[in-house]
Ligand binder design. Structure first.
Ligand SMILES: *Cc1c(COP(=O)(O)O)cnc(C)c1O
Length: 349
């Protein structure tokens, strides 16, 4: 079965070999307070910065999921109010999770065909946006993120890049907080998230000194200063991340490939009568998650037949469950697999 699910998704073919190597090297029972772990943490961060073009001045922390990052931001960075821009289910969930911890959270929803409505929100101390909305296959133009920051110099800008980090070039200096879990574009098994913080965020952490939780940022940062973590981390996940980063080309190269493959999918469905892309506005279409719409009964037939032929398509998400399916356009997918899926889908166009 070839998984085109946009998370958890196809892992790199090398992963089983890396796991074996990890076992042989004693990584699976490595003590997280050891010198070896500290070196692993340090090297992984250096590689991430090099391969993904993360500024040297930014701090990298590990968490267990993107959902955990939502909570960390709510508890440790939001003083009074966060504002949440979203056009889909993940951005909305982030807003809802935050609202439980910080009730003043403010939603700013926008239509999936539209650009993020850049505006000043004077009352917000953290502005949250989802760069790639995995539920509907839209993305926020990376140039708009800098505009959000420019209009809101008083606030920290936090970006959920769970389904785009490691797939496209991200403008890290345009925002203060970036995070992603690794089961999407990184091509790794779930259970690890990367949280990237700007120097301005670190200053805010030092002032706020929120220390009421095991995963309070002030505590995580204090531990990270010694290349350690707040709890026993997913050491295998960190090791696998290091291995995968090592084998990868630069993010510019990967990003080019992602864009080309996206364009090929857009052309493919552009020529179809029965299956079309959910999002008509090319300017807001995701390059990493291709969302296809059509008659629900017809889509159900395609999905069922696809499964029989060995292709796992992504179900529609939330309200879009029955009238869409999704195709991951993540780097771990191979050209020949995409070709095979296209050959199968061609009979349904
Ligand atoms: C998958 C996803 C999440 C949730 O990730 P977890 O690691 O399961 O918490 C959050 N945001 C976006 C945009 C996602 O695609």
């Amino acid at each position: 079965m070839i998984s085109f699910y946009p998370g958890p998704s196809r892992v790199y073919d090398e992963v089983p070999g890396y796991v074996k190597k990890a076992h042989a090297k004693g990584i699976l029972s490595m003590n997280h307070r050891s010198e070896d772990f500290m070196a692993l943490y340090r090297e992984t961060v250096a590689l991430l910065k090099k391969k993904q073009k993360v500024p040297k001045t930014y701090t990298v922390l590990f968490a267990s999921s993107a959902t955990e990052c939502w909570e960390i931001i709510a508890q440790s960075l939001v003083e009074k109010q966060s504002a949440h821009f979203y056009s889909g289910a993940f951005g909305e969930k982030w807003f809802q999770y935050t609202q439980k911890l910080k009730p003043a959270a403010q939603p700013v929803s926008f239509h999936l065909e539209f650009n993020l409505p850049v505006q000043t929100i004077a009352s917000a101390d953290v502005i949250c946006l989802t760069q790639n909305e995995t539920s509907n296959g839209t993305q926020v133009d990376t140039a708009l993120i800098a505009q959000v920051k420019k209009k809101n110099p008083h606030a920290l800008v936090a970006v959920d890049a769970t389904s785009s980090m490691a797939g496209i070039v991200l403008p890290f200096t345009s925002a203060d907080v970036w995070f992603a879990s690794v089961q999407k574009c990184f091509g790794l098994p779930a259970g690890l998230a990367i949280l990237i913080l700007s120097p301005k965020t670190i200053e805010r952490v030092a002032v706020q000194k929120e220390l009421a939780h095991y995963n309070s940022l002030a505590f995580m940062k204090q531990m990270a200063d010694q290349w350690q973590t707040n709890c026993t981390p997913n050491v295998l996940g960190i090791y696998l991340l290091r291995c995968v980063l090592k084998q990868q080309p630069s993010i510019e190269e990967t990003s080019e490939q992602t864009k080309e493959r996206y364009q090929a999918w857009a052309d493919f469905f552009g020529a179809s009568k029965k299956l079309r892309l959910l999002v008509a506005n090319e300017a807001v279409r995701s390059h990493t998650v291709v969302t296809v719409t059509g008659d629900p009964a017809y889509l159900a037939k395609v999905k069922k037949h696809a499964r029989k032929e060995g292709f796992l398509l992504g179900e529609g998400y939330g309200a879009l469950k029955s009238n869409t399916f999704r195709i991951a356009n993540f780097p771990a997918l191979q050209e020949r697999e995409i070709k095979k899926l296209k050959k199968f889908l061609a009979q349904y166009l």
